[in-house]
Write a protein that binds this ligand. Structure first.
Ligand code: CUA
Length: 367
């Protein structure tokens, strides 16, 4: 069947409209709403190249349209328009103009490449983080601070952050659109990226390389705080091993279940009972879990209800993930035990009195 001729431009227009409506200029993952110098330099280069492209498009199509109209064949005339082959002045201009365009793109491009270059010598007060991608979550290790955590990268503002990127399995890609362009995470290849956040806030991160299964749910958050809040956060991790379990009976029950239900086989909690071997590095470290804003690699907020749902049926929150459902659907104790484990996890790193309050960075707006 032949498509009506008028349908074709209509189809193109609707595609264009669809494309434009999908553009978010100020969303939490918008590269246009930059929050640091690296992302800003990259955006500026993009916008400049884009604008220049429009000048070229308008110029080329303008001249073409003019020529088609001006030298169109007229009724009753078979005359060929005047030919200008071999016009030296014209050919010189037709060479000079593209060279100017190439220079106009190349100079800022090279400048931006050097300004955003990786393999930098880190600033003296830089924060170094070894990031490892897993199907489908993020391990964040601060080697200088002795901290290992997952899915939430806490950083101080106005200080350089250098991330060393690695993968434990397939290819992933580290991307925090408002802070810096994406970079691949390749097993055994130490890629690097550095960025700085200008303002305190919560910045959305996303794996940008199709890594099968729950790739679309492989998110994370960068939480930028001032220096004092960052130091308090770091200290809280360093002290985690010495902290005692809160006296609340539900939390105590959850602590016991963490071992007996097998959670401790995979997940590390610094300071968890000495008689239980806790976790391996290949699963999210849950130390100070109560300080996190989100769970399941930033898929949902860290609330008691969400965490219970996550423990009861992980696939209902993050399809494809590898967390097993620990409780049988017909286990009569499931509800009580799940609530206890959730309460225990949410108590980690949190003072009893403030436990119901929002965790770190949550007051900085949810962008
Ligand atoms: Cu990891 Cu996509």
């Amino acid at each position: 069947m032949q498509t009506h001729r008028w349908l074709r431009p209509a189809g193109l227009l609707s595609l264009l409209a669809l494309g434009l409506s999908g553009c978010e200029f100020a969303g939490p993952q918008s590269i246009f709403d930059t929050a640091g110098p690296i992302a800003e330099a990259q955006r500026d280069l993009f916008v400049w190249s884009y604008q220049l492209s429009w000048i070229v498009v308008i110029g080329v199509f303008g001249v073409m349209g003019y020529v088609i109209w001006r030298f169109r064949q007229r009724k009753g005339s078979d005359a060929i328009p005047k030919q200008f082959h071999g016009n030296t002045a014209l050919e010189i201009w037709l060479t000079i103009i593209p060279v100017i365009i190439v220079i106009a793109v190349a100079v800022p491009t090279v400048r931006t490449i050097f300004a955003t270059e990786t393999r930098v010598v880190p600033d003296e007060d830089a924060v170094i983080v070894n990031v490892t991608g897993y199907q489908w979550w993020w391990r964040f290790e601060y080697p200088e601070l002795g901290i290992v955590t997952a899915n939430e990268l806490v950083i101080p503002t106005d200080r350089q952050v250098v991330v060393n990127l690695d993968s434990a399995d397939v290819l992933h890609s580290f991307w925090v659109p408002r802070l810096a362009g994406k970079r691949d995470m390749i097993p055994n290849q130490n890629n690097q990226l550095h960025f700085t956040a200008d303002e305190p806030g919560e910045y959305y991160g996303q794996c940008a390389e199709l890594c099968l299964g729950a790739h679309a749910y492989m998110k994370f958050r960068v939480i930028a705080t001032d220096d004092a809040e960052f130091d308090a956060w770091a200290t809280s991790f360093q002290e985690a091993a010495d902290r005692t379990v809160q006296a609340d009976p539900q939390i105590q029950q959850g602590e016991a279940l963490f071992a007996t239900k097998g959670c401790a086989t995979c997940h590390t909690i610094d300071g968890y009972r000495d008689d239980v071997r806790v976790g391996t590095p290949d699963f999210p470290n849950l130390t100070n879990f109560g300080l996190r804003n989100t769970i399941a690699a930033a898929v949902v907020d860290n609330t008691q209800a969400n965490l219970e749902q996550w423990l009861r049926d992980p696939q209902s929150i993050k399809p494809g993930n590898r967390m097993p459902a620990v409780w049988d659907t017909n286990d009569p104790n499931a509800d009580e035990e799940i609530a206890a484990v959730a309460a225990y996890l949410r108590s980690l790193g949190v003072e009893p009195a403030t436990q119901t309050q929002a965790s770190i960075g949550a007051n900085h707006g949810d962008r």
